[in-house]
Design a protein around this ligand. Structure first.
Ligand SMILES: O=C(O)C[C@H]1C=CC(=O)O1
Length: 93
């Protein structure tokens, strides 16, 4: 199942920089593992924002929920999730 997820990150200024940097490093490793596993198909920066648009390919809603709530930056994110289906004009299978 394919989903589009938009994530916006809001790290509070009160969080010490070393802690924020450690969480960002964990986030990068977590994200790259899922990309290598083929579950996180695309990640694009939204220009000018600390936000991304991502495409996930997961088994079901529960797997997406587990992945998203497991993001190290999850406590500092707002998200919007939209399910995707094949476009009738798509030439890709
Ligand atoms: O930078 C972001 O958009 C937030 C987050 C999502 C994946 C990742 O590595 O960082």
């Amino acid at each position: 199942m394919l989903f589009k997820v938009e994530m916006t990150v809001n790290i509070p200024a009160s969080l010490p920089k070393d802690q924020a940097d450690a969480i960002k490093a964990e986030e990068k490793a977590y994200s790259q593992r899922l990309q290598r596993e083929g579950k996180w198909l695309h990640i694009w920066r939204v220009a000018g924002l600390y936000a991304n648009v991502s495409i996930f390919d997961v088994a079901d809603n529960q797997e997406l929920h587990d992945i998203l709530t497991g993001l190290p930056l999850y406590p500092f994110m707002t998200m919007s999730v939209q399910p995707l289906c094949r476009h009738p004009s798509s030439v890709n299978s």
